[in-house]
Ligand binder design. Structure first.
Ligand code: ADP
Ligand code: F6P
Length: 471
């Protein structure tokens, strides 16, 4: 087995097996923010990515992706049901997102979570060279840092949570809260998207485990674990290069024409997830049409909602409700050749997404809770001419960094409607000023800066114990 000095461990590999309509297996980029975030900084580094390739059955042997070695961890049908769909996405995911849907607790799911975390830890231990850095990602694998440390105490271990981390009142509901915290504390550095999340974690370590934090450091079993916030970002250079490509400009012009050359295009791009506030947004939009504030003739909404976690009950219900509502709005307000909402559920390649960002006069990103939301940042990076208004939920991590967006509370329907109108009617100078400020921030805080800041903080850990005099 070849070993690496840098190992990334994530539930998903950057490519997954998507079966085509004719039954053939096709390798495609995996959905979601985690892959978008890690793809660029890892490109051409001598790293190994340990993860699941989608599907069940034996682990396929995959070629390197952009110079990064793929090490596949297999999941059985039971693992998929009880670990991925169960504990990860029907217990932790709703709980971490303000319990906007009811989290479920089943002992069988917890057993699967432990079993799968153990498998990932063993795989990471196998491919990490002596003294390597292992960077564990996200809520599916919270036990891995602790399990890996037991197997390989020589490693430097980081953990980063891409999603929101809840306040103690919510986290305390978890029957296995102590084990989850202990698992994360197996890392040398525990990173979150926001300072508030890091604070929540430190409070919980104290309350549940009796391990108080001093100056973002927690002493555990004779080690020091550091806790911090590292807001994830995007590859702004890559997005800028993409939108400036002539073929993307052509696609954008064609798209606008195909939409009937409207005065305003509003765009939303989400995974089909109940945390994304899709239903609330559709309601606000349909009320604006019904009230006569928005005319379907000159304004169109493009809603991209790529299906996600399709076997989880709450996701199936959401998709049915969204599709019913889109049908109702189009039936009520659309005209022949002029739907009120252009609804698309397909995955797009990066160039097509860039073309969509290029034509969006208003980008509506209104999740009920989101760890960060990279779509909001991608839109800002794509607006190379400083035009375009970003309507952004206060409950997205990105709001802390992009206060110049039109900020809204998506739970407040009237506020959401007013925010959308304000973004649609904003004066060009005002839009430009806001966009310039957001673009300046993003240029300085791109994905490479994020990876550098996390990994250099993780590296410092070797000197931490001596500096603090703790053994
Ligand atoms: P999450 O991680 O919850 O899915 P983010 O907004 O942080 O949310 O990240 C979503 C990522 O997935 C972005 O990089 C976005 O460009 C990408 N994405 C979203 N919808 C699509 C789609 N239909 N096709 C391709 N990529 C998509
Ligand atoms: O960002 C949250 C997250 O769960 C990531 O881990 C993942 O990239 C994305 O959402 C997509 O989710 P899934 O891996 O369940 O398709």
């Amino acid at each position: 087995m070849r070993q690496s000095s840098l190992v990334v461990v994530a539930n998903r590999l950057p490519i997954d097996d998507s079966t085509t309509p004719d039954g053939a297996c096709e390798w495609r980029r995996s959905p979601g923010g985690l892959v978008s975030a890690l793809h660029s900084p890892l490109r051409q580094t001598p790293a190994t990515w340990v993860g699941w390739a989608g599907g069940t059955g034996p682990a396929p042997a995959l070629p390197d992706v952009d110079g990064v070695r793929m090490h596949t961890v297999p999941l059985t049908a039971d693992d998929l049901r009880d670990h991925y769909e169960g504990f990860a996405n029907a217990t932790l995911w709703p709980l971490y997102h303000d319990a906007v849907e009811q989290p479920e607790h089943h002992r069988r799911w917890w057993e699967a979570y432990q079993r799968v975390n153990q498998r990932f830890a063993a795989a990471a231990a196998e491919v990490a060279e002596p003294g390597a850095v292992v960077w564990v990602q996200d809520y599916h694998l919270q036990l891995v840092p602790g399990l890996l440390r037991a197997l390989r105490p020589d490693l430097r271990i980081g953990f980063f949570l891409h999603v929101a981390f809840p306040p103690p009142e919510l986290f305390m509901q978890l029957p296995r809260r102590a084990e989850l915290l202990r698992g994360m504390l197996g890392a040398d550095l525990v990173g979150f998207q926001r300072a508030q999340a890091a604070h929540n974690f430190a409070q919980l370590a104290d309350r549940v485990l009796g391990l108080p934090a001093t100056d973002h450091r927690i002493a555990v079993d004779g080690r020091i674990v550091r806790v911090g916030s590292f807001p994830v970002s995007i590859d702004t250079t890559e997005m800028t290069a993409l939108v400036e490509r002539p073929d993307v400009a052509d696609r954008a012009s064609r798209l606008r024409r195909d939409l009937g050359s409207p005065e305003h295009v509003i765009l939303s791009v989400d995974r089909m997830d109940y945390t994304k506030g899709i239903e609330q947004r559709l309601k606000a939009y349909s009320e604006l049409i019904a009230d006569g504030h928005v005319k379907v003739r000159d304004t169109v909404l493009v809603q991209v909602a790529v299906p996600s976690r399709e076997r989880v009950g709450q996701y199936q219900i959401l998709r049915e409700r969204v599709e019913r509502e889109v049908g109702r709005i189009n039936g009520e307000f659309g005209r022949v050749g002029e739907p009120a909402i252009h609804y698309l559920t397909q995955p797009f390649d990066r160039a097509e997404l860039a073309a969509l960002y290029r034509i969006a006069d208003v980008m509506a990103v209104t999740p009920l809770r989101d760890g960060m939301n990279l779509v909001a940042k991608e839109y800002v990076a794509a607006r190379v001419d400083d035009t375009g208004a970003l309507l952004l939920s206060e409950f997205a991590g990105a709001a802390a960094e992009l206060p110049q967006a039109y900020l809204v509370n998506p739970h407040d329907l009237e506020g959401l409607k007013q925010g959308l109108l304000a973004a649609l009617r904003a004066r060009p100078e005002q839009v430009r000023e806001r966009m310039q400020a957001m673009r300046t921030h993003l240029r300085q805080h791109d994905i490479h800066a994020w990876a550098r800041s996390y990994l250099s903080a993780l590296d410092q850990d070797s000197t931490l114990l001596s500096r603090l005099g703790t053994t």
